[in-house]
Design a binder for this molecule. Structure first.
Ligand SMILES: *[C@@H]1O[C@H](CO)[C@@H](O)[C@H](O)[C@H]1NC(C)=O
Ligand SMILES: *[C@@H]1O[C@H](CO)[C@@H](O)[C@H](O)[C@H]1NC(C)=O
Ligand SMILES: *[C@@H]1O[C@H](CO)[C@@H](O)[C@H](O)[C@H]1NC(C)=O
Ligand SMILES: *[C@@H]1O[C@H](CO)[C@@H](O)[C@H](O)[C@H]1NC(C)=O
Ligand SMILES: *[C@@H]1O[C@H](CO)[C@@H](O)[C@H](O)[C@H]1NC(C)=O
Ligand SMILES: *[C@@H]1O[C@H](CO)[C@@H](O)[C@H](O)[C@H]1NC(C)=O
Ligand SMILES: *[C@@H]1O[C@H](CO)[C@@H](O)[C@H](O)[C@H]1NC(C)=O
Ligand SMILES: *[C@@H]1O[C@H](CO)[C@@H](O)[C@H](O)[C@H]1NC(C)=O
Ligand SMILES: *[C@@H]1O[C@H](CO)[C@@H](O)[C@H](O)[C@H]1NC(C)=O
Ligand SMILES: *[C@@H]1O[C@H](CO)[C@@H](O)[C@H](O)[C@H]1NC(C)=O
Ligand SMILES: *[C@@H]1O[C@H](CO)[C@@H](O)[C@H](O)[C@H]1NC(C)=O
Ligand SMILES: *[C@@H]1O[C@H](CO)[C@@H](O)[C@H](O)[C@H]1NC(C)=O
Length: 693
């Protein structure tokens, strides 16, 4: 401590008790070990987990580790969430994950993790969300996952998982969301799954499933979405019982090698989306009218015969009717479109190509919002029908101009947002040309129950903003695009609420919003279906906010260490500040510091001045025997002031001195800190020159 040139700063924490007893609460050692093992089996090229070896997981804010606030019965802290989404992690998942006994959320979405899912995860009985989608996991699904009786959501979609669905999954009593699409899962769907009485969404599309469709599924009391596209249930019929799946909103069995007839689903009140395309279904289409809410009926690429049911003309929300590549006969019912009322957002696609339709019932003059395709039908040879040619093009697929997003036109000056390049005009701001810094979110609807989004854009905005507890104008759908599935990928921007004085979200608001998304605190709605979070991007000041949070955290961590080490188990009565300035400190600097401290003094009552000498006496000249710890900026000493108050003193070391600005930040932080053990900042020392240390 001698010969230090330059400014040194010393923090003094006074302590009203002299006992050195309790050790600060730490994370359960087995969980610390588990986390270390998790880290060592991962490959982390971007070094996102570099802070996973410093300090205690729960107290040093390790990336992605969230702990319970309260201490467990065993006297330790416990890990509640592991949120490691989209961090470019590869390597494998360590079996020791199973030792995180208190974990509720395990989130490794959108990484490059390989290997199999460790069966030990089945030991985490408290687990609510298991989110492993978007990796390169292989191997089969462990039976042991069936022990997770608190599991609400199991997402392993978009991996390379093979093998069968374990029957044990039938005991996932709390399961609501089962997403296993886009893997290589094989075998039969266990009929036992019908015991999952809370199941809402079952996505198993794009696997290699075979066997039968369990008729027992009809007894799912709550199932809203059943999506099994692109599997191979060769020769199976659609169980007649499926007509009784009373809560069903979406049934998608595309390309499943199904045979038999189309069941009469007219009894399903809430049905909105039906896709039975690319099967070998025969017979005619049931005549009974489907739910008023139907947006999509896709029966294309089957072997259906008979005529187009008149009941299709009475579906006010219809967006897409695809019947192409069948053997349908009779007439094209023009009242499908003439009964509908269109506005600027609604549209309808009717694809009837490659059937045996020979006439038109009504006027062949669909409005511009209707896309009609008749190519490959005998009607196209009937040149007596005016304008028939324009509907008989043979161009493949497509449904008119693809639905896309367009920019709202704004009258604000180009590049007019002052602060920095990441600021933007808030599109729906109640006040024109209000600039703010948005949060940017990649978001995808996994299984929506509509074919065109425009008419539902406003309901979607209302749904999402209310789920996030935001004002409607705070959300902007920057763009959206349809993907295979179909899935709807969107790029969302969330803006701070309009307020002339705040153009950014504060840190806690960012954490709250992110938490809503990543904890699935709001479920997908029945109609919009489940969602997935693709990215949550913080640009501009927000990225600093994060690192500043870190910095604050470190300071708080050190402070906690001081308290712990000095064992001020009861009440700490004061914090003192000491600043020694270097001999040749410039007058300007001094003035600045004086200002700085006068600022602090204004904020805090009873600020006292201390001399460096008093500090030296209190610590027996900074004797090594009084040292109780070491923090990021220097050493911490135990000391006793002349009035017998015990203090902890933090002293900066050469080479680790903070700059003026950081020092100010830290003092301000300390002055704002509301720890129940800390009362106030009571003094500082600002001695110039003569201190030789
Ligand atoms: C953890 O799981 C393994 C195998 O999955 C099992 O043998 C073991 O008993 C479980 N341990 C606990 C404490 O549940
Ligand atoms: C799922 O698999 C299908 C078929 O392989 C593919 O077309 C689709 O893009 C995949 N979905 C996603 C989200 O990758
Ligand atoms: C699908 O499963 C069948 C057996 O049912 C198997 O022969 C085939 O190789 C599997 N295909 C893939 C792509 O895994
Ligand atoms: C049907 O599914 C198989 C896999 O089961 C896939 O290879 C094929 O491309 C799919 N066909 C269509 C038209 O989607
Ligand atoms: C349409 O859906 C809504 C819920 O989204 C439901 O309240 C209504 O009853 C449905 N209408 C019909 C005719 O099924
Ligand atoms: C268009 O009509 C639908 C009902 O058919 C309605 O819900 C929607 O609000 C209308 N949109 C506009 C922009 O008027
Ligand atoms: C059809 O949709 C377009 C926009 O796609 C809209 O401008 C037009 O007004 C609509 N036509 C009718 C008749 O509603
Ligand atoms: C929409 O905005 C993008 C940039 O965000 C711009 O490149 C494009 O020209 C705009 N399009 C229209 C039609 O204004
Ligand atoms: C986040 O996702 C959206 C939507 O997929 C995409 O447009 C955007 O580029 C992504 N942002 C980042 C930083 O990856
Ligand atoms: C912004 O701050 C000024 C004073 O600093 C205050 O008068 C005004 O009401 C604030 N505006 C809003 C919208 O809070
Ligand atoms: C993940 O983050 C990267 C940027 O780090 C981004 O490019 C990508 O779009 C994000 N989302 C997914 C699903 O990978
Ligand atoms: C960890 O970070 C959170 C929020 O970022 C903060 O509330 C908490 O005080 C930090 N804890 C420590 C010990 O730094």
């Amino acid at each position: 401590m001698l010969g230090v040139r330059g400014r040194g700063c010393v923090f003094v924490v006074s302590c009203c008790c002299f006992m050195f007893l309790a050790v600060a609460r730490t994370t359960s050692p087995s969980e610390v070990n588990a986390l270390s093992a998790v880290k060592s089996s991962l490959i982390d090229p971007m070094k996102h987990l570099r802070n996973w070896n410093k300090g205690d997981p729960c107290k040093s804010n390790w990336t992605g580790v969230k702990c319970f606030d309260r201490i467990g019965n065993d006297g330790h802290l416990h890990v509640q969430e592991l949120q490691l989404m989209n961090l470019s992690l590869s390597g494998s998942l360590a079996p020791t994950l199973g030792q995180l006994f208190y974990l509720e959320i395990l989130d490794f979405m959108w990484n490059e993790i390989t290997g199999s899912i460790p069966k030990e995860i089945g030991n985490i009985s408290s687990l609510k969300l298991l989110l492993l989608n978007g990796n390169k996991l292989s191997g089969s699904l462990p039976e042991d996952l069936g022990y997770l009786s608190n599991l609400n959501r199991l997402q392993v979609d978009l991996n390379s998982i093979s093998g069968p669905i374990p029957k044990s999954f039938a005991s996932l009593d709390s399961l609501k969301h089962l997403h296993m699409n886009n893997n290589s899962i094989s075998g039969q769907i266990p009929s036992e799954l019908s015991k999952l009485s809370k199941l809402l969404h079952l996505l198993l599309d794009n696997n290699n499933l075979s066997g039968y469709l369990p008729p027992e599924f009809a007894s799912f009391p709550d199932l809203r979405i059943l999506q099994l596209d692109n599997n191979n249930f060769k020769g199976t019929e659609i169980p007649a019982s499926y007509a009784y799946m009373s809560r069903l909103v979406k049934l998608s069995l595309r390309n499943c090698s199904l045979q038999g007839t189309v069941p009469d689903l007219s009894g399903i009140q809430n049905l909105r989306y039906l896709d039975l395309s690319f099967n070998q279904l025969t017979g005619s289409i049931p005549l009974n009218k489907l739910s008023d809410n139907m947006t999509t009926i896709d029966l294309s690429d089957n072997h259906l015969n008979g005529s187009i049911p008149r009941s299709f003309s009475d579906l006010p929300s219809l967006q897409r009717l695809s019947l192409e590549n069948n053997f349908l006969i009779g007439s094209v019912p023009a009242n499908i479109w003439s009964n509908m009322s269109f506005n600027t957002t609604t549209r309808l696609t009717l694809d009837l190509r490659n059937n045996s339709l020979s006439s038109i019932f009504g006027d062949l003059n669909p409005p511009e919002n209707v896309t009609l395709r008749l190519g490959g039908n005998p009607i196209c040879n009937n040149l007596n029908i005016r304008n028939i040619g324009q509907f008989c093009g043979s161009e493949a697929g497509g449904d008119g101009t693809p639905e896309s997003s367009s920019n709202s036109t704004m009258i604000c000056p180009i590049h007019g947002c002052p602060e920095d390049i990441f600021y933007e005009y808030v599109p729906a701001s109640p006040v024109p040309c209000f600039c703010a810094l948005p949060l940017r979110i990649g978001y995808r609807l996994k299984s929506p129950s509509f074919s065109y989004f425009r008419p539902y854009e406003y309901p979607f905005e209302k749904y999402l903003t209310s789920a996030l507890s935001l004002d409607l104008h705070q959300l902007s759908i920057d763009s959206f695009v349809w993907e295979e599935g179909p899935r709807l990928r969107m790029y969302l921007k969330l803006f701070p609420v309009f307020d002339a004085n705040h153009t950014i979200f504060n840190t806690s608001e960012i954490q709250r919003i992110r938490g809503r998304f990543t904890s699935w605190d709001f479920n997908g709605s029945d109609f919009f279906g489940p969602y997935e979070l693709l990215n949550f991007t913080l640009l501009g000041i927000y990225s600093n906010t994060v690192s500043e949070t870190r910095r604050e955290s470190i300071s708080k961590g050190i402070l906690a260490a001081i308290i712990g080490a000095a064992a001020c188990a009861l009440m700490v009565s004061a914090i003192l500040f000491l600043l020694t300035a270097r001999n040749r400190a410039k007058f300007k600097n001094k003035l600045l510091r004086k200002n700085l401290f006068s600022k602090i003094s204004q904020k805090i009552d009873g600020v006292k001045s201390f001399t460096f000498r008093e500090m030296a006496v209190a610590t027996d000249n900074f004797n090594i025997s009084t040292q109780v710890g070491r923090g990021g900026y220097g050493r911490v000493f135990r000391g006793i002031l002349s009035d017998n108050t015990m203090v902890a003193i933090k002293r900066a070391e050469q080479g680790s001195l903070q700059g003026q600005k950081e020092f100010l930040t830290e003092i301000e932080l300390l002055s704002r800190l509301h720890h129940r053990n800390l009362v106030s900042l009571v003094g500082y020392c600002d001695e110039e020159g003569e201190q030789v240390r």
